[in-house]
Design a protein around this ligand. Structure first.
Ligand code: HXC
Length: 265
């Protein structure tokens, strides 16, 4: 994919790509341009996937910050209508991460505050460095989270934990973030984290890509449903996948005691 962006970079490496926010001087703060470019890039990956990617790493340029939040300077002069549109734009981006037909791992290096924490939570799971700091400090600025934090944080770490964090606006060090289940794995350096994320994507990619993307969409859809409704969605897709090449190949490979050769179909 050759699209040129000003505030983000997309680097392909075989089956995977690394998407970075690159406004290092502002600690990768999310302004409207970043969101517009993320939306364009993720829409292309979701709808066309021109390079047939099988996984995405989402990170921030430099070592100091993943994303230190929405751009406070830009927000400070917004009207209520502009602020509404800004929230919706960021929420669209957050949904696109969830709708990608392959896994997206957030790799958090340093600050993931406000909108940064919200964007990390939109990915399938979060890896972090020992220096990572999470938080939803919006109330300290007289705002509330607006890119999904009031909804996703509660689903991830439980309503009470989420309320305590959002009401106090306090920062969370990586150990506590891991204890709460926000972070899946912690690494000493950014390089170690990125290579571990690539290894995880390779491990995932050895499975049926169709089964992985179906599991992703069923799990995301179920997040908003009652258990009864969620189980119906699961059964529907469980049945549906039996019409796939990958299901026939995976089960035949098991009985023939050989390695499966999946096609994602
Ligand atoms: C704009 C930001 C920024 C932000 C940092 N910068 N965060 N600019 N928006 N969110 C800029 C600083 O102004 C500074 O620019 C440069 O990045 C380096 O930051 P420093 O503050 O000098 O670094 P440091 O002292 O190390 O402090 C790091 C920090 C602090 C603790 C992360 O920058 C900070 O508190 N940032 C704001 C965090 C925050 O409140 N995030 C939530 C935003 S609200 P200059 O030009 O001075 O060098 C939000 C809402 C989401 O995210 C929903 C919207 C709909």
């Amino acid at each position: 994919m050759n699209t040129k962006f000003e505030t983000i970079t997309l680097e392909q490496n075989g089956d995977f790509a690394t998407l970075s926010v690159s406004r290092e001087k502002s600690l990768n703060a999310l302004n409207a341009l970043v969101h517009t470019e993320l939306k364009e890039c993720l829409t292309l990956l979701k709808d066309d996937n021109p390079d047939n990617l099988r996984g995405l790493i989402f990170t921030g340029a430099g070592d100091k910050a993943f994303i230190a939040g929405a751009d406070i300077v830009e927000m400070s002069s917004m009207t209520p209508e502009q602020a509404f549109n800004f929230a919706v734009l960021g929420q669209d981006v957050s949904l696109l991460f969830e709708e990608l037909p392959f896994p997206a791992i957030a790799c958090v290096n340093g600050f993931a505050l406000g909108g940064g924490c919200e964007m990390a939570m939109s990915c399938d799971f979060i890896y972090a460095t020992e220096t990572a700091v999470f938080g939803q400090p919006e109330v300290k600025l007289g705002l509330i989270p607006g890119f999904g934090g009031t909804q996703r944080l509660a689903k991830l770490i439980g309503r009470n934990n989420a309320k305590e964090l959002i009401y106090t606006g306090r920062n969370l060090k990586v150990d506590e973030a891991k204890e709460l289940g926000l972070v899946v794995k912690v690494f000493a350096t950014k390089d170690e984290m990125l290579s571990a994320a690539t290894k995880t994507l390779e491990k995932i990619n050895a499975n049926s890509p169709l089964a992985v993307s179906t599991a992703k969409s069923v799990m995301n859809e179920g997040n908003d449903l009652t258990i009864t409704e969620g189980l119906k969605v699961e059964a529907k897709h469980f049945g549906g996948i039996f019409a796939s090449y990958d299901m026939k190949e995976g089960t035949s490979a098991f009985t023939e005691k050989r390695k499966a050769n999946f096609k994602g179909e």
